[in-house]
Design a protein around this ligand. Structure first.
Ligand code: ADP
Ligand code: ASP
Ligand code: MG
Length: 440
């Protein structure tokens, strides 16, 4: 059985929902994971934000506007009167719940309940649309089986057991629909797998059912060799390994949630990226084949903070690094890049929520410098560090100020830390010289 995930754009309009229906209606049994309609999760996050800042009127205004948008979509999607009424009732229930939320005191639990509504809306609507089109399907509520543990990792034991129970109790149909992104935490509160998390839901389910393949259907024809939002002339990559895909997703390729390949790589379950608007396009196949060497793709991760920790006397003394890393561990902040010299170490973080506390601790035994607004540019390719063309990188980037470089951490990744203002220029230059064969 396959797992097919459709992202926000794929369920974001009546026309695209019709494409999704055509793609999944092939008479084969499958699990379909849906995101919220595009834009919805962003609005729900901003509603939660308004509640956090006592901006109740703004929140209610957004809720009413979104309610109206959903009613318009339902009128276009569901011409069958009884389905139209049923879905409007369901949707109104959700919007009434959101209005109730505006009277409550803000908490992270409340925010999580609010942002979970997008996937509940899209799956209910789409399931009813299939019924109207005489395609038999059934809903598997993700909150009945998807769960994270106290480290915010999927609790695979629990998920497998409960998924099987939910699946076995459901009517025997070809198409099972479930919500991406949403889950329960270890205490049973509504939570989520972080933004873009529907990809992760799909591979978690893929691992649980030992799927034949996981397909991620989105609004572009696969993983491109550079970020198409900032660079022209990017091209889809037809094959990429789990290792390469994991590096790209982690270092900013928005097309995949950072953890997407983690659940499936051990079982070598292929992940295929496909375009809902152009199903014939080949897309990208991610599996454990390492086809070619050299630079395959470039990605960038923004909002990085660089921290330089100077302590001439103590740096080489053993125990110093442990002392530094322990501080980051205590504040649950993961480090992305590290470089060292005799007198200082530089490292980067992307989660700066506890930065002040971390700095206070570090300053007890070192001199610390912080640079915000940095970007990690990551070059990925099988055995890239050994490739005979890789030296050109330094020629290409002659006029870019590189704050840090990480080479050899893995054979498949070279990362550069640059100022965020230089990002577009850097991505463009790398693209021209590495992929467009411009000669120096
Ligand atoms: P979905 O809603 O389907 O999950 P996303 O917006 O999360 O879609 O991801 C798809 C988008 O990712 C594309 O529209 C594209 O703009 C962006 N993107 C960023 N980097 C890449 C890349 N290397 N290859 C393809 N798309 C990328
Ligand atoms: N709807 C969620 C988000 O916008 C999850 C997803 O789209 O994958 O982040
Ligand atoms: Mg996404």
């Amino acid at each position: 059985m396959k797992v097919l995930k459709f992202g926000g754009t794929s369920v974001g309009s009546v026309e695209n929902m019709c494409n999704v229906k055509n793609i999944i209606n092939d008479g084969r049994k499958k699990i379909v994971v849906l995101s919220a309609m595009s834009g919805t999760t962003n609005i729900l996050v901003s509603i939660a934000n308004n509640i956090a800042h006592d901006m109740t009127n703004e929140a209610i205004e957004k809720i009413n506007k979104l309610h109206e948008t959903y009613f318009n979509t339902i009128d276009k999607l569901l011409l069958d009167e009884s389905l139209n009424i049923d879905v409007k009732n369901y949707v109104t229930g959700i919007f009434n719940f959101l209005v109730e939320c505006t009277y409550q005191e803000y908490s992270l639990h409340l925010e999580n309940k609010i942002v979970a509504q997008g996937e509940l809306l899209s799956t209910y609507m789409f399931n009813s649309y299939l019924a109207q089109e005489d395609v038999t399907s059934t809903l598997l509520p993700a909150l009945n089986f998807m769960r994270i543990d106290n480290h915010k990792e999927p609790d695979m034991f629990y998920i497998k057991q409960d998924f099987e129970a939910v699946f076995n109790e459901a009517p025997d149909v070809d198409i099972y629909i479930t919500q991406g992104f949403i889950c329960l935490d270890e205490e049973g509160n509504i939570s989520n797998l972080q933004r873009g998390g529907s990809d992760y839901t799909a591979t978690i389910i893929g691992a649980v059912i030992k799927a034949e393949e996981v397909e991620i259907w989105t609004d572009i024809d696969g993983m491109h060799n550079n970020d198409p939002r900032y660079v022209e002339n990017t091209k889809p990559i037809s094959n990429i390994s789990f290792d390469e895909a994991a590096e790209l997703a982690y270092f900013g390729a928005k097309i995949l949630h950072p953890q997407t390949v983690t659940p499936v790589r051990a079982d070598n379950i292929p992940v295929r990226l496909k375009n809902t608007m152009d199903p014939e396009a080949y897309g990208t196949l991610i599996n454990d084949d390492h086809t070619e060497n050299g630079v395959k793709a470039i990605a960038a991760k923004d909002n990085i903070t660089a921290i330089k920790i100077k302590s001439g006397r103590m740096l080489l003394a053993h125990g110093f690094l442990r002392k530094v890393f322990e501080i980051f561990e205590v504040y649950e902040t993961s480090i992305d890049m590290i470089t060292t010299s005799e007198v200082a170490i530089s490292l980067t973080i992307d989660d700066d929520r506890n930065l002040d506390k971390i700095l206070t601790e570090l300053e007890k035994f070192s001199v610390v410098e912080v640079d915000k607004n940095q970007t990690i540019v990551c070059l990925v390719g099988h055995s890239i560090v050994n490739h005979h063309e890789t030296y050109r990188l330094f020629q290409i980037l002659q006029d870019v100020k590189i704050r840090m470089i990480s080479y050899g951490g893995s054979r498949n990744n070279i990362s550069l830390l640059i100022n965020a203002n230089d990002k577009i220029k850097t991505l463009g230059k790398l693209n021209d010289y590495l992929f467009e064969l411009v000669t120096l």
